[in-house]
Structure formats: C-alpha cells, structure tokens
Design a protein around this ligand. Sequence first.
Ligand code: CMC
Length: 423
Amino acid sequence: MSTTAEIKIDGQTYEFPVITGTEGEKAIDISKLRDLTGHITLDFGYKNTGSTKSAITFLDGEQGVLKYRGYPIEELAEKASFLEVAYLLIYGELPSKETLDKFQKEISMHTLIHEDMKKFFDGYPSKSHPMAQLSSLVCSLSTFYPESLEPNQTEEEKNLTIIKMLAKMTTIVAFIYKKSLGHPLIYPKNKYDYITNYLWMTFGQRTEDFEPNPKVVSAMNKLLILHADHEQNCSTSTVRIVGSSDCNLYASISAGISALWGPLHGGANQAVIEMLEKIKADGGDTDKWIAKAKDKNDPFRMMGFGHRVYKNFDPRAKIIKKACDDILESLGINDPVLEIAKKLEQAALTDQYFIDRKLYPNVDFYSGIIYRALGFPSEMFTVLFALGRLPGWIAQWKEMRTNKEPIGRPRQVYVGDVDKHMK
Ligand code: CMC
C-alpha cells in the first residue's frame, strides 16, 4: 500500500505523504504543496478537500454507512436517547446511567433564558422566518454570557458554555414557535427530560401538567439523533471555520444555523413539503414534476433528492421512511402528500436520469411529513434540524479547539483585471 503520492510539475517530481484514516479512507497530505511547488489546489465546493482529521463521525457515501464515534446510526436511532447521543458526540463515549443523569441535571439547571431576551421578539416582524430568529437569538447568548468570549476558557468554563448552549436551545426554539402563534410563553420545568421539556414548552398548556405521547417522544428522539452530526457538511464546516478565528461558541453555532437555513442544506425539509403540496395542488402528476426536475432549462430541482456524499443510499432516509409510516399509522394520520412522496420516490428510482446521477431520497425527504404529523408548521422544520444538529456542531467546535487547529483560510486563483490605474 502506497504511503506517498507523486506530483509531477514541469518535469520535476514532488512526493507527498498519503495518510490513511481508521476506516481506511486515504488522503494525500498536500500541506506543503505551495511551499514546495508554488501551486495550490483548486476544488470548487471542496468536493475532494479534507479540511481536518476528525474522530467524531464516519460516513461512507458509497456503502451508505454512518457512524457516530464508531456506533452505527441504526443502533443509536433504535436504542439511544438524544441526550445520550449528544453526550457521545461531545465527550467521545456513551454515558453511564449516573453520568447521563448528571448531564441531564446540569442542563436542567440552565434552561431558562434571560428575561430580556424575550424583548427581541417584539422587534421581529410578525412573519419573520424562525431560522432568522434562531440565528440571532443564539448569537445574542454571547451578550448575556460575556465570559464565553474568552478564547482560552478552562475546560470547566468551556463545559459550562456548552451546557448552557444545549440547555437554552430548546427554550429558544420553543419560544420562537409560541411567539409565532401569538401564544403566551411556557417556561421550562426541571422535572422533564430534554425532549419532554421541549415538547412541554411547545405543546403544553400552561395550567395543566403534561403527559407527552410516548410515540411522539420516541419519534422526536429518533429524528434528532439522525440529524445530530454529519461530519464536514456546509453548516458544520461553517461552525469550525468561524470558531477557528477564536470566535465564541454561541456566535459560531449561530453562523452554522445560517448556513443550515439554505434549501440545498437543512432548508430542504421545508422545501420538500412545499414541493409536495405544490404537486398535490397541481393535480398530483408526479411524471410531470420528474420531467421538470430533469429539464436543464427549468430551475426546479427535486427537493429531498441527491446528496454530496451519499451515492448509493442515505441510511438516515431508510430509518426515517419507516419511522414516517409508523408514526402516521400510530397517530391515525392519513397525509395525502405521503402518497405523492412515495410515488415520486418510486418513479425517480427507476428513472435513468436519477440512476445515472445516483440521486436518492435524502434525510429531508420524509422528515417534514413526520414533523407535520407531530403538529409543527413547515417554517419550523429547519429549526428542528438545527436542534438535532446542535450536539454535532458543539462536538466539532470543541474538537477543533482542542486540536488547536489553525485559522481557516482557503486560497483562490485570481481571474480579475490586472494592472488598472486611475486617471
Ligand atoms: N433534482 C434534479 N437534479 C439533481 C438534483 C435534484 N435534487 N440533485 C442533483 N441533481 C443533478 C444536477 O443537476 C447535476 O446534473 P448534471 O450532472 O447533469 O449537471 C448532478 O445531479 C449533480 O448535481 P450537483 O448539484 O453537482 O451535486 P452536488 O453534490 O453539488 O449537490 C445537493 C448535492 C444535495 C446540493 C443536490 O443534490 C440538491 O440540490 N438536492 C436537492 C436539495 C436537497 O435535498 N438538499 C438536502 C441535502 S440532505 C440534508 C443535508 O445534510 O444538508
């Protein structure tokens, strides 16, 4: 097995180390390329560029494999709670029962947000998108906790910032939803676990105790676990690159939330439901919409299809499709867009255009149908993705800091005007 790679430029050969990851993936380490050869690499969208070495998440897009800290996603989605997975991602090991209880308790102690944060809601226009609110509210946490601005926090201080981030996120997300309805806010209750507390603040009645439907809790757990990390995707890379300037955790996560918002990334879950609704309103002719997706003169894309790394199937989509059938059946919901989704999937999977480009349903294709069944409006879907992705972003930010990675700063090939002068 080769441990070096050669690059030949202008007749001269340069040697670079080949490094191999623990799952066998190979990379040419070109850290010294520019120093040695005067050249840089050009890779639009970083399709072939490894930006870091990470021990958090492994995925094999060809085989449809996804593991967090070595544990297969299928096992975690089946057997773990979201908080256990959050602990696993952030601290590297699954927690013991005692550790998990302590973790939950620490989080419960910090779920309140500063009362002044509620005033921000008065400034947002009534129809402002929840993702805009989430991004600005999370960034604003840094104004209430200025100690987080210190780049050289001790481990204990850094950990408190992390706990606060996890704790306040559910409250912020629930408040955004309540405000969008014009309803009174419901405050967190320490007796509930992470997910139940979130559901209480979202769907509870202030005067009554809350008995969450175990099927809803289980579906939420599963969805959030499936979204919890996905290695160096657009939003995670954003969190790492913002954090690499020694920027605080809250601002780094806020930047990740903005990156997630776009419809090509996490915003796809909202876009999928809107697309399915549009197809339904148009008479449900899936062939017509498949033809539109294939037409290069038509900007329409099949939302919820395709992935930068999964080129066989998205293992998360497999789990979600089953969960979608289960939850709809157990809640007795008959959503007509589910039929359209299944017809689209079937048609696309047998269509040569989609086969040639290896386009399969991704995690967002069915997640919106579940969120809708649980009672969420489509504008909240990407916010829920962010809630799930939070532990992954934190883990990646922490790893980047622990490994003292250098500030992220890609280069470019300049193609603009040269030597212009003013009159
Ligand atoms: N519908 C129709 N054609 C598509 C689609 C689609 N959804 N996705 C890719 N293609 C075509 C694309 O036009 C191109 O065709 P050609 O080779 O003829 O020019 C080819 O497939 C390769 O596409 P690409 O845009 O170069 O692939 P990418 O790796 O840059 O993009 C993607 C990946 C996810 C942005 C893209 O597949 C897409 O836009 N999908 C729809 C949005 C979506 O569902 N996003 C959620 C991703 S999963 C959640 C997450 O983790 O972010």
